[in-house]
Design a protein around this ligand. Structure first.
Ligand SMILES: NC(=O)c1ccc[n+]([C@@H]2O[C@H](COP(=O)([O-])OP(=O)(O)OC[C@H]3O[C@@H](n4cnc5c(N)ncnc54)[C@H](OP(=O)(O)O)[C@@H]3O)[C@@H](O)[C@H]2O)c1
Length: 320
């Protein structure tokens, strides 16, 4: 079967479509025919083996990638299950995590999959897992957003941000979204009360007093962000360029009065179900503005790495 593989750490140019053996699921996984797979920052971290600490802490592989096939988010159809596996049956439409999803088939752990409602397309479902759950857990669990609160979201036009704006609005928050000129219209359409174009306005000079800053872009110092918060406010750090942001957050939280929280999203079926439910109810709209064939995966990853993408980028391995 066809899959996007790499033999060494490095840039997207070295990714290639190869013929690989069809994955064989074990008692805790199922074979999924991939209908759509979305791109995340995690894909280029694994591709480059960076940050270096990931090779040790997260077992990327010390000198070369432990897993040759890229891709994590997946939506598709269950092709086969091993005997004794009762959770899914062949023909079920599912979405969630499947390591090696930039391929025609992937073996996915049943504990990281959820049935896909028929109201969601495969493209929409594939966009949800990592980015959607990160936005949900950042706002709900770490941010503890309440109706009527003011939330500032940076990096609002990207994968996580485009979900975060809508989820915060759905939770009853008043959202100020920070984004670049090209994403202003998109972010407005997602329900933000105020959109700040960071190329025209320094958002650290906003006069709002926020209950929460969901910091996805990670481009401003914490002492500047802190000035935008109410005394009871908090900062939830989602991303930023490299590991430096997390280290600075850990240092900053010893000095700042406001909580500065970091987290790694945990993609679980209940969260997948919540997100899919919101899409069905019309509260959440995955913004898939670009799709790619399997051969075009390096282009998708290059765009993701540039951090200039709009919403989510989705790979369609079977061209559907
Ligand atoms: N903690 C976790 O578990 C977790 C999970 C997933 C992702 N992440 C991290 O979250 C971050 C975002 O992920 P993503 O998938 O949403 O990536 P993405 O789609 O590439 O979005 C990145 C966002 O950053 C914004 N940005 C880029 N350069 C900027 C600059 N100079 N100033 C201000 N904003 C800038 C972009 O701006 P625009 O708004 O203008 O487009 C874009 O919205 C990444 O750092 C990723 O590693 C963390």
């Amino acid at each position: 079967v066809r899959a996007v593989t790499q033999d060494h750490y490095g840039a997207a140019d070295q990714l290639k479509v190869s013929d690989v053996p069809i994955p064989v699921p074990d008692s805790t996984s199922v074979l999924v025919k991939v209908r759509a797979a979305s791109v995340n920052a995690l894909d280029y971290h694994l591709m480059r083996g960076k940050p270096w600490i990931g090779r040790l802490l997260f077992r990327f592989g010390l000198t070369k990638p432990k897993r040759r096939i890229r891709g994590v988010d997946v939506a598709g159809t269950v092709e086969s299950v091993s005997p004794g596996n009762q959770q899914f049956k062949p023909g079920d439409e599912v979405f969630g995590l499947g390591s090696g999803s930039f391929a025609e088939y992937v073996s996915a752990d049943v504990g990281e999959l959820q049935l896909k409602p028929t109201t969601l397309s495969f493209e929409q479902a594939a966009a949800l897992p990592v980015a959607g759950v990160t936005a949900l857990q950042g706002l709900r669990d770490k941010g503890q957003v309440k109706p009527g609160q003011s939330v500032l979201i940076t990096g609002a036009g990207g994968g996580v941000g485009s979900f975060a704006v809508q989820i915060a609005v759905a939770m009853g928050a008043r959202v100020t979204a920070v984004t670049s000129s090209r994403n202003v219209e998109l972010v407005q359409s997602l329900g933000a009360e105020r959109v700040v174009d960071y190329s025209r306005e320094d958002y650290l000079k906003l006069d709002g007093s926020y209950d929460l800053i969901l910091d996805i872009s990670g481009d401003k110092p914490f002492r500047g962000l802190r000035r935008l918060l109410r005394p009871s406010g908090r900062i939830v750090v989602v991303g930023g360029a490299g590991l430096g942001r997390v280290i600075t957050a850990l240092i900053a939280r010893s000095f700042l009065r406001h909580p500065v929280l970091t987290f790694i999203a945990d993609v679980r079926p209940p969260e997948l179900s919540t997100l899919a439910g919101w899409v069905t109810e019309g509260k959440l709209r995955p913004t898939v503005l670009k799709t790619y064939r399997l051969e075009e995966t390096p282009d998708a990853i290059r765009l993701a790495e540039s951090r200039q993408a709009q919403g989510k980028l989705v790979i369609l391995p079977t061209g559907s």
